[in-house]
Design a protein around this ligand. Structure first.
Ligand SMILES: CC(C)(COP(=O)(O)OP(=O)(O)OC[C@H]1O[C@@H](n2cnc3c(N)ncnc32)[C@H](O)[C@@H]1OP(=O)(O)O)[C@@H](O)C(=O)NCCC(=O)NCCS
Length: 447
């Protein structure tokens, strides 16, 4: 009984934790690229209820699917030779026939799975409406290095208005890896290209690729998050050419206003839900290069930070820090720089007791301070980003608790999970420096 209660409590806690994501995803357009390797695996059956759930939560879903392995095996059975160069198949008449057969089968598979609704299944009563159509205009890929790619094409236009109409009617849109030309010809298209171009044309909030392996950095660690610019340097050095090509598409989409591109592992059955509804996610996130960026502060930022905080020190919002103090503490600061100007800052002091790294870890307590966004740039998530960054840094320093003092931003911190505590509960060593005249409130968050 106790165990059941515990697991229920955990589920309730998880649900509460997921609520900001549920809110954020409602009405969002997500384009997903599903490789056909997925279609015949148990993962596909897992994914279908997840897609249904997303659709019921108000996510506008566009599913693009590939057919590569199915075509390979169909052609193999016919003893037909098929050439793939840099991810593009040379599509002759025989290959095109196989593509059309496989495409019809894949479409029926999606339609049937999304129509499931038997009681006692995760899809009970779900029945979703799926549609497909001539939403992609293609043109021939042509002759490259003397090789005629025949029925292989490239995306010429994505008919986003028609797709948007379907999404607005609550339909899930399926995009097969085929397109039609103005001459009425059918072309085979790489699914990754279809999804990338569709995400750009639809100004999608997310583009999601499912891949065999996630990208690794120079030290062989999975890259969890990267800007398009830093990913570019790593794209060519990946384990497979296919992954490199997917990364290039991810970079292209990010640079063309697709806010977030996610790469998820095909071997993780919960990859999609983990990525969309948990803070740490599980895949790789590629975001657009921002012409402003968040970075650790250096001594060159002291003047910029002073300009930013001085008015707030003068009106009593912030405690006064001298230039000397700031110069000593500069390494604890992170700043948001926009075209050479510091427009937001925040600091993390890893211990209120002493300075050494081991003391910090033993102490487990950090203090957030000096969270400021320039008045012209408020309300766009900058301070939120800085705090998220510092909380991640605190975790990496093995800190378990963060405290802060604030006179005017109580609710801002409460909304980000900080709880008000009595200043009397402050560690004794911190109390020494506490200016009781300011009467700041203390807030604490367990990490
Ligand atoms: C508090 C502060 C850092 C927020 O910066 P920001 O970059 O605008 O923050 P975000 O964009 O992440 O968050 C904006 C949201 O917080 C809300 N907000 C801003 N200041 C707030 C405050 N003092 N109390 C409660 N909510 C506040 C905004 O209304 C906005 O809400 P919305 O999303 O519902 O529109 C900024 O207002 C500031 O510099 N204030 C003065 C300095 C200060 O008091 N710092 C805290 C003590 S260290």
């Amino acid at each position: 009984m106790v165990d059941a209660d515990n697991s229920q409590d955990k589920a309730i806690q998880w649900f509460r934790g997921a609520s900001p994501y549920i809110k954020a995803h409602r009405g969002a357009t997500m384009v997903m690229c599903l490789p056909d390797a997925l279609l015949d695996t148990p993962l596909f059956n897992n994914l279908i209820p997840d897609l249904a759930l997303l659709s019921h939560l108000g996510v506008r879903l566009v599913l693009s699917f590939g057919l590569r392995t199915q075509i390979d095996s169909a052609l193999e059975k016919k003893h037909a030779i098929s050439t793939i160069i840099e991810g593009r198949r040379v599509t002759d008449d025989e290959a095109l026939k196989s593509i059309l057969t496989a495409s019809g089968r894949a479409r029926s598979l999606f339609e049937s799975r999304l129509s499931m609704g038997l009681p006692n299944t995760p899809m009970a009563g779900a029945r979703l409406s799926v549609c497909s159509g001539n939403y992609i205009t293609a043109q021939p890929f042509g002759v490259h290095n003397g090789i005629d790619y025949q029925h292989t094409g490239t995306v010429r236009q994505v008919h986003s208005a028609e797709i948007n109409n379907q999404l607005a009617s609550g339909n899930i849109v399926l995009l097969p890896p085929t397109g039609y030309s103005l001459t009425g010809d059918i072309f085979n298209l790489p699914a990754e290209e279809v999804s990338c171009e569709a995400a750009i044309a639809l100004k999608a909030d997310k583009l999601i690729f499912f891949v065999d392996t996630l990208p690794l950095d120079e030290n062989g660690r999975v890259i969890r998050e990267a800007s398009a610019a830093s990913m570019e340097a790593l794209a060519q050095k990946q384990q497979s050419d296919e992954l490199s090509r997917t990364l290039l598409r991810a970079i292209k989409a990010s640079r063309n206003n697709v806010a977030r591109v996610h790469l998820l592992s095909l071997s993780d059955p919960n990859a999609l839900m983990r990525e969309l509804f948990t803070i740490d996610g599980g895949g790789t996130l590629v975001t657009a290069k921002r012409w402003e960026h968040l970075r650790a502060a250096g001594i060159q930022d002291v003047n910029g930070i002073i300009e930013l905080i001085e008015p707030l020190q003068n009106n009593g919002t912030l405690a006064t820090r001298t230039r000397e103090q700031l110069e000593i503490d500069i390494e604890q600061f992170v700043v948001c720089e926009r075209e050479g100007m510091v427009i937001a800052c925040a600091a993390l002091f890893a211990s209120t007791d002493s300075g050494t790294d081991s003391d910090r870890a033993a102490n487990g307590l950090g203090e957030i301070a000096c969270v400021v966004t320039h008045p012209d740039y408020r309300g766009q998530g900058r301070a939120g980003d800085l705090i998220a960054h510092l909380e991640a840094k605190a975790k990496s320093l093995n800190l378990s608790t963060l405290m802060l003092l604030s006179t005017r931003a109580a609710h801002w911190f409460i909304e980000r999970g900080y709880e008000e505590k009595s200043a009397a509960d402050m560690p004794a060593t911190r109390k020494i420096a506490y200016d009781s005249k300011r009467n700041s409130k203390m807030f604490v968050k367990q990490l």
